[in-house]
Design a protein around this ligand. Structure first.
Ligand SMILES: C[S@@+](CC[C@H](N)C(=O)[O-])C[C@H]1O[C@@H](n2cnc3c(N)ncnc32)[C@H](O)[C@@H]1O
Length: 281
């Protein structure tokens, strides 16, 4: 393996352990049904993760791509999307060995663009899929979440970047919102409403009696709640967020979102995901 995905700390292990348990449950639960099972990794990395443990040791653990490849029973199709060419080369090496039980597809592409194509390929009648959406920050666009939700056959495990969101939502706005930050928030949240939901006008006024800009009125939990409500508008089921890391200031929130509106399908997913994540709370 030439390169590693260098990032993360011990909570990365928690995230990947949840993914591992969920996909194992998923393919086991559906193994007797006539569906083609698909795994989609939007931010695939290399298949290896280098993490720093709380005692300072650095270890290499299997990343999401490797976990998915080793999952039993296997997915029929595994789709890996990664925009970094070197990581794509590592992924190709990882998938080199042909396996009669599954096919792999590796796309050197932007996740938002490629997932739009992948979602069109998914067929609700004959396929069921798990999508792992594991970006560093706010790279995923709302439109992509809409595309995944519209398939009605994808369960999505989504690492929501709380720190990314918090960084874009400035505490005080002097005159108007920074255009670059505002565009990134519009794209991530799929709405402009955050301007009213996250901010209030300053009580202090200038010489002309006009408010002196805006101040943030929500803390990160408030913003997370807002984002969860947004996702609940497009997914029939969205789990409670698991905050990561669990100690100290959270940087991410892990969600399960189910696009299949069949109450039986999402009741089971909901129960299993709650069982899996409860162990980490
Ligand atoms: C947090 S890492 C993913 C780790 C991986 N899921 C694992 O468990 O090993 C995020 C990955 O997304 C890739 N990436 C960043 N922006 C992307 C984009 N717009 N489209 C596709 N991949 C992207 C990065 O190169 C990086 O490998």
């Amino acid at each position: 393996m030439a390169i590693l995905n260098e990032f993360g700390s011990s909570w990365t292990e928690t995230k990947l352990s949840i993914l591992k348990k969920y996909i194992s449950f998923y393919t086991t639960a559906l193994s007797k049904q006539p569906f083609t099972l698909v795994y989609i990794d939007g931010f695939a990395g290399t298949g290896e993760c280098r993490i720093k443990l709380s005692d300072g040791r650095k270890v290499t653990i299997p990343g999401s791509a490797k976990i998915a490849l080793q999952n039993e029973p296997p997915f029929k199709y595994l789709i890996f999307i990664e925009k970094d060419g070197k990581k794509v080369a590592a992924l190709k090496e990882l998938c080199e060995k042909k396996n009669a039980r599954y096919d792999t597809f590796i796309f050197h592409a932007d996740a938002n663009k490629e997932l739009a194509r992948v979602c069109e390929f998914l067929d609700k009648k004959s396929m069921r899929a798990v999508a792992f959406i594991d970006p560093f920050g706010m790279e995923i666009h709302w439109k992509t979440l809409e595309n995944l939700a519209a398939t009605k056959c994808v369960d999505m495990i989504f690492l929501f970047s709380l720190s990314g969101l918090y960084r874009q939502v400035e505490r005080k706005i002097k005159e108007d919102f920074d255009e670059h930050k505002a565009t990134s928030l519009d794209r991530f949240l799929g709405t402009q409403n955050w301007r009213d939901e996250f901010y209030e006008e300053e009580k202090q006024t200038n010489l002309f009696g006009e408010p002196e800009g805006y101040r943030r009125k929500l803390d990160y939990m408030g913003m997370l709640e807002f984002s969860k409500k947004r996702m609940a508008e497009i997914f029939p089921f969205i789990s409670d967020p698991l905050l990561l890391p669990q100690k100290g200031a959270p940087q991410f929130a892990l969600f399960l979102a189910v696009s299949n509106g069949n109450p039986k399908a999402f009741a089971l997913a909901k129960r299993v995901y709650a069982d899996i994540t409860n162990k980490y709370e």
